[in-house]
Design a protein around this ligand. Structure first.
Ligand code: AHG
Ligand code: MN
Ligand code: MN
Length: 363
């Protein structure tokens, strides 16, 4: 039998660390704990209904559905995944605190454990509406360095750092294979879980988003609420080779952002969940700190681009833990085009024929 040398996640992290002779290994230990949380979640996801894990979480053993701080119904696996992230990472001595989609406030490291200098922010399970229908879902994480003094109390403001300051970000995708995509600020690498070894093995070195694409992803059921630049862009894509773009486009919508992001990292494309007029109290659907920033960081580290449509997303100063934001990301040329459309006012003609008064998706 021939021996194939494989790079594990541990080996990759150790090799990266050699560039920083003063590093104490704490960061690597934290990433490995996050990876272990993702492996545990992958096991729970794979058990699914065999272990009675589908369906909604019932609060405190009652029949009542539980909702998170954003008013969204929590699935059993949302809560289990959140608990696994906490259990696998709180003990290690490298965290000053955590924040998650499923917790209203920052999570303090229990007194029993030493504290460290990093902050962990996560969406424990992204694409919850796909859990019960057996479609790809994932976990998203972001690691920041805490600025405040080590002995000062943890506050939400500690997490309010622009995305460009992330020390590392990544996601696990629970699809036909389980993958871990990671950036420590020097490009993006991808690992595939070898289920026999229980190890993440480096399978995707130097991931690059192709600059051009003819694939877009957007929830078209919101089209009547879109702003003019988005209507113009989608209208031009839909007109295909007979329109101003002169080429045909293909559309995809999985409804797990983590899976859309993965497709874009693998073969290009553009994903949009833009700010729209559906609910004026919500400036977008996705959350800045644990969805848009970490995925955006990976996009840019892979040569793609992330924007709100108006401004570069990673430079935004966050103002609340569960802040929502409009997101446009993917292949650089398309994102830049959409940014350009936000700067120039669109004429009725550019928005039609699909959205004009007599168009298919009229206002
Ligand atoms: P979550 O499951 O963590 O709440 O996030 C779901 C997000 C994102 O993954 C996806 O792109 C979007 O919500 C789907 O929204 P629609 O309901 O509009 O399809
Ligand atoms: Mn999510
Ligand atoms: Mn989630």
């Amino acid at each position: 039998m021939s021996v194939i040398r494989k790079t594990t996640l541990t080996q990759y992290l150790i090799e990266q660390r050699r560039r920083f002779p003063d590093a104490d290994g704490g960061f690597n230990a934290l990433v490995l704990d996050v990876a272990r949380a993702c492996k545990s979640i992958a096991c729970a996801v794979a058990q699914g209904e065999l272990a009675g894990l589908h369906g909604n979480h019932a609060a405190g053993g009652t029949e009542a559905e539980s909702v998170n701080v954003q008013g969204e119904t929590q699935k059993k696996l949302d809560v289990i995944s959140n608990d696994l992230f906490i259990e696998m990472t709180e003990w290690g001595g490298n965290l000053a605190g955590m924040a998650s989609e499923e917790m209203p406030d920052p999570y303090e490291i229990p007194e029993a454990y030493p504290k460290g200098k990093y902050l962990l922010i996560f969406d424990p399970l992204d694409g919850s509406s796909n859990i019960d229908v057996n479609v790809s879902i994932g976990s998203i994480f972001s690691i920041l360095r805490r600025d405040a003094a080590a002995d000062s109390p943890l506050v939400a403001e500690d997490f309010f750092q622009p995305g460009e300051r992330q020390v590392a970000a990544g996601y696990a995708l629970y699809g036909p294979t389980t993958m871990l995509m990671l950036s420590v600020g020097r490009g993006v690498v991808g690992f595939t879980l070898d289920p026999v070894l229980g190890e993440f093995i480096l399978t995707h070195d130097h991931v690059q988003v192709p600059e051009e694409t003819n694939e877009f992803a957007i929830n078209a059921s919101n089209s009547r609420f879109w702003e003019p630049p988005v209507k113009r862009y989608i209208s031009e894509c839909l007109q295909g080779e007979t329109g101003p773009r002169g080429k045909n486009f293909n559309m995809r919508w999985i409804a797990s952002m983590v899976a859309e992001a993965h497709r874009i990292l693998m073969r290009g494309g553009v994903f949009m969940y833009p700010r729209d007029k559906k609910d004026p109290s919500k400036p977008g659907r996705l959350r800045l700190l644990y969805e848009a920033n970490p995925i955006g960081f990976l996009m840019e580290q892979a040569g793609g681009r992330v924007s709100t449509g108006e401004v570069p997303l990673l430079s935004l100063q966050p103002s609340s833990l569960h802040q929502r934001i409009g997101v446009v990301m993917g292949s650089r040329e398309e994102v830049e085009r959409i940014e350009r459309y936000h700067k120039e006012p669109a004429s009725d003609e550019q928005i039609s024929p699909l959205f004009g008064r007599r168009g298919l998706f009229r206002d």
